[in-house]
Design a protein around this ligand. Structure first.
Ligand code: ADP
Ligand code: MG
Length: 238
């Protein structure tokens, strides 16, 4: 899934982190994604939007390798870790997996025994996400919003160079959502490339960010600013 940075590229000082070329993904006869091509450069922040069922989650799952292209190719060029927050969280009942264990599966090279520094790192993240008391609790005893924070920690704990987020704030309350978005701004400023599936575009600072609008095919890919000019025509209430 990850390959090292191509240091021989001389054409541009920005390199592509994601290259999607004529990608189609079908479920039996249904084409969830139909011949899409795009690239994402390092340090880009891309909102992925589109109606329900438009193939957004399918796209992210294909980028992570969880789904295979039916045709076309996906290449990632990431000089470091990849963080992924899926839309559907682990919610199987009767499997006594704790918060600690969920987060630990996000550590790059987990071993049988958690090292003291890894435990400290987990605790500091739980503190940052305001759920410090949950470390030893079974994940299914947490509220939806708390579970989402645990999975966010799992996606962020390795300081990923590429972050793939599938509706990360859907279960968060508004005040924590703001806190989370500020955290993302910081990560972006530190150089993380971010793909962010959302329905709430209006909430965020959009300077320098991009929109990928998909509905089986790509309907728009460009700056947020231009998208708003085209689609909102200056109207505030849409
Ligand atoms: P979005 O995330 O944009 O709401 P999805 O990528 O989840 O959309 O789904 C796109 C389409 O593919 C939907 O019609 C959905 O029902 C279908 N689909 C997604 N995953 C599967 C699957 N595992 N098996 C069959 N159909 C699927
Ligand atoms: Mg989805």
């Amino acid at each position: 899934m990850s390959t090292s940075l191509n240091k021989t590229s001389k054409t541009s000082n920005k390199h592509s982190v994601i290259e999607v070329d004529h990608l189609s993904v079908s479920f039996e006869d249904y084409k969830a994604l139909d011949d899409i091509s795009f690239t994402v450069d390092e340090h880009d922040f891309v909102y992925v939007i589109g109606p329900n069922g438009s193939g957004k989650s399918t796209l992210l799952a294909t980028l992570t390798g969880l789904l295979k292209p039916t045709s076309g190719t996906v290449s990632l060029h990431v000089d470091g870790e990849i963080g992924y927050l899926p839309q559907k969280l682990f919610n199987k009942r009767n499997i006594p997996i704790t918060v600690k264990e969920v987060i630990y599966t996000g550590i790059a090279k987990p071993s049988l025994h958690i090292k003291p520094e890894e435990r400290k790192l987990m605790e500091s993240w739980l503190d940052k996400m305001q759920i410090k008391h949950t470390l030893h609790m079974p994940i299914d005893t947490l509220s939806g919003g708390q579970q989402q924070r645990v999975y966010l920690i799992r996606a962020l704990i390795n300081q990923p160079k590429l972050l793939l987020l599938d509706e990360p704030t859907s279960a968060l309350d508004p005040s924590f959502r703001e806190h989370f978005n500020q955290l993302l701004e910081t990560l972006h400023q530190q150089g993380t490339t971010i793909l962010y599936i959302t329905h709430d575009l209006h909430e965020y600072k959009d300077e320098g960010k991009k929109i990928l609008y998909i509905d089986q095919r790509i309907h728009y890919y460009g700056s947020v600013k231009e998208y708003k000019c085209i689609h909102e025509g200056g109207h505030q209430h849409v």
